[in-house]
Design a protein around this ligand. Structure first.
Ligand code: HPA
Length: 275
């Protein structure tokens, strides 16, 4: 049995061989309903997760599970179309393994997107929310538990998300007159059940603006191993206890598709402008 470090090396070697040594600068993880950015990538290589040793299968994504290597806004990127979630039955190590592999391939920044439920009453469906802080304490397990193979045993979380990329995102939003770009705190839960009214009330009470089932495990690993992280949510439904109605996956996807072009503009703009 390979240990985690050996698995990372083995998968990295496999991908280097498949891509003739392609060295990405930036990793991108595309969330539910947010695969539209893919069409702007000048694709060099595409590899299905099912062909990548150490990767598991993305069982619930609404777009294909594949790793895309190419050029976007003049930068060499590796893009995850589809991600792994704890609620699919995967371990936190499996959920975050692609982040370690992208790091090993050479990225120094990670851009993460997701669909999230809005709990801040000033938010509305299809708003974007730049994540400036997170709450990991409701996760069933912290992905950093276990042997520390890279970075600090006790990684600093005083400013988890990169200030420069947050600033750029606001600039790009202003230049494009995107007037529904929020900035707030994302709380990560395991899912797969959506929150009850009492749970939305609780999560709001502890200071979160949006809730979702991804991103924080990936961000924790990325931060520990030294990547700069930018994360952005599309608010796909509102979790306000007083007005909560029955959730519907079609509506969630529709809201994600509606906001996706603005999110894509912001991500491409960040890629263009960073050094
Ligand atoms: N809760 C949890 N995850 C989500 C939600 C939500 O309301 N909306 C989209 N992902």
């Amino acid at each position: 049995m390979m240990n985690l470090s050996e698995k990372i090396i083995s998968t990295t070697d496999f991908l280097k061989e498949k891509t003739n040594g392609f060295t990405p600068e930036i990793g991108v993880i595309l969330g539910t309903g947010l695969g539209g950015l893919l069409k702007d990538i000048k694709v060099a290589y595409e590899i299905a997760y099912s062909d990548i040793p150490g990767f598991v299968e993305a069982t619930v994504e609404f777009h294909s599970g594949k790793l895309v290597f190419g050029t976007l806004s003049g930068k060499k990127v590796v893009c995850m179309s589809g991600r792994f979630h704890y609620y699919e039955g995967y371990s936190m190590e499996q959920v975050t393994f692609p982040v370690r592999v992208m790091d090993s391939l050479g990225i120094d920044r990670l851009i993460i997107s997701n669909a999230a439920g809005g709990m801040n009453p000033d938010y509305a469906v299809s708003d974007l929310m730049i994540i400036d802080d997170h709450i990991s304490l409701f996760l069933p397990e912290n992905p950093l538990v276990g042997e520390c193979i890279k970075g600090d045993r006790f990684p600093d979380m005083s400013a988890p998300y990169d200030a420069e990329m947050i600033q750029l995102a606001h600039e790009i939003a202003a230049e494009n007159s995107f007037d529904r770009v929020q900035q707030g705190v994302y709380v990560s839960v395991s899912g797969p059940a959506l929150e009850s009214k009492a749970e939305y009330r609780l999560l709001r009470l502890v200071g979160a603006d949006a809730v979702g089932m991804s991103t924080v495990p990936e961000a924790l690993v990325a931060i520990q191993i030294g990547l700069k992280v930018f994360a952005i949510s599309v608010i796909t439904d509102m979790g306000i206890p007083e007005t909560l109605t029955k959730a519907n996956i079609e509506d969630i996807l529709k809201a994600a598709y509606a906001a996706e072009p603005q999110m894509t503009t912001i991500i491409k703009g960040i890629l263009e402008r960073i050094g």
